[in-house]
Design a protein around this ligand. Structure first.
Ligand SMILES: Nc1ncnc2c1ncn2[C@@H]1O[C@H](COP(=O)(O)OP(=O)(O)OP(=O)(O)O)[C@@H](O)[C@H]1O
Ligand SMILES: [Mg+2]
Length: 277
């Protein structure tokens, strides 16, 4: 089954779309829960779906059309009797490394309508589509959290909340964190850019398993917008390296652990069998 990770913000424009784009393009391609390669014909395994009620950005960044995209997906949901992997059907190649995009239109009203249509029936078509895929990730950029966006977060396997590192931004996160923790299956915080506090201290104060710092890295953002995969650079804390850490942590929570090997069987005596009953 494909996992669903929702990326959201609470205030301002902290970098939610950038983080969602980086996550979709860097998510390891070729594994499912058991570490198996997807079979031929089952791609795409990495999808970015834009469902931001203020309108999409990724198509413009990549010089793509906004169709096929969110509105085609939302329209097709009503007509599909056996939807299969409907989301993949409306996806466009995003990079040369195998990630795909279902873009939202730039228009806020149209993007909001598309997101709301998918949220009807408690995301039945989105769930069915994810179940039809054997592996991979669907990263959903829902933009700033409101009622519909929170219902996306509740339907997801994980919520990645993105904020800046200033005291004001963190105060806004703190104000809503208990409600979000109660909503999401699992959540973590990604703090973009300079921050005066250690991440472990923020995690402790907010009661989160994980707070990941994402460095301010304009070169990496340029590369992402060109569709180039992010790379580690020697001696520098790059966005690519930080995203690897974030993705590893998210996968630890959303993917089933590989089945533990059975313990070796120990022959038992008749007397021991008796005591086990
Ligand atoms: N890690 C980063 N390093 C450098 N620049 C970044 C980083 N993350 C985001 N930015 C920049 O910050 C600005 C906002 O980013 P982005 O559009 O991803 O935010 P957003 O939260 O999706 O905003 P919106 O609410 O408008 O959709 C952009 O100019 C983007 O290039
Ligand atoms: Mg955005």
């Amino acid at each position: 089954m494909r996992r669903m990770v929702v990326v959201a913000s609470v205030k301002g424009a902290p970098g939610a779309t950038t983080t969602a784009l980086a996550m979709a393009t860097q998510w390891p391609e070729a594994t499912d829960a058991a570490g198996e390669m997807p079979r031929t014909g089952e791609r795409p395994v990495r999808l970015l779906l834009e469902a931001d009620p203020s309108g999409g950005d990724a198509a413009a960044w990549r010089g793509l059309s906004d169709t096929p995209g969110l509105l085609d997906l939302a329209a097709s949901v009503r007509h599909a009797s056996d939807p299969g992997d409907l989301i993949a059907r409306w996806a466009q190649p995003l990079t040369e490394v195998g990630a795909f995009l279902v873009p939202a239109p730039a228009s806020a009203a149209r993007s909001r309508a598309g997101s709301e249509l998918l949220a009807r029936d408690r995301f039945a078509a989105v769930r069915a589509s994810n179940e039809a895929a054997t592996s991979g990730v669907l990263v959903v950029d829902v933009g700033r959290l409101g009622p519909v966006e929170s219902s996306w977060a509740a339907a997801a396997d994980a919520l990645v909340l993105v904020c800046r590192g200033g005291v004001d931004a963190l105060a806004h996160v703190a104000a809503g964190i208990e409600e979000l923790k109660a909503t999401a299956s699992w959540m973590c915080l990604a703090v973009v850019g300079p921050c005066p506090y250690p991440m472990a201290e923020i995690a402790r104060n907010l009661g989160l398993d994980r707070v990941q710092h994402l460095p301010w890295d304009p070169d990496a953002v340029d590369a992402l917008r060109r569709g180039t995969p992010l790379r580690r650079r020697r001696g520098r804390r790059t966005l690519g390296a930080a995203m690897e850490d974030l993705i590893r942590e998210v996968r630890r929570h959303v993917e089933l652990p590989a089945r533990a090997p059975r313990p070796p069987s120990v022959p038992t005596t008749g007397a021991e069998k008796g005591t086990q009953r």
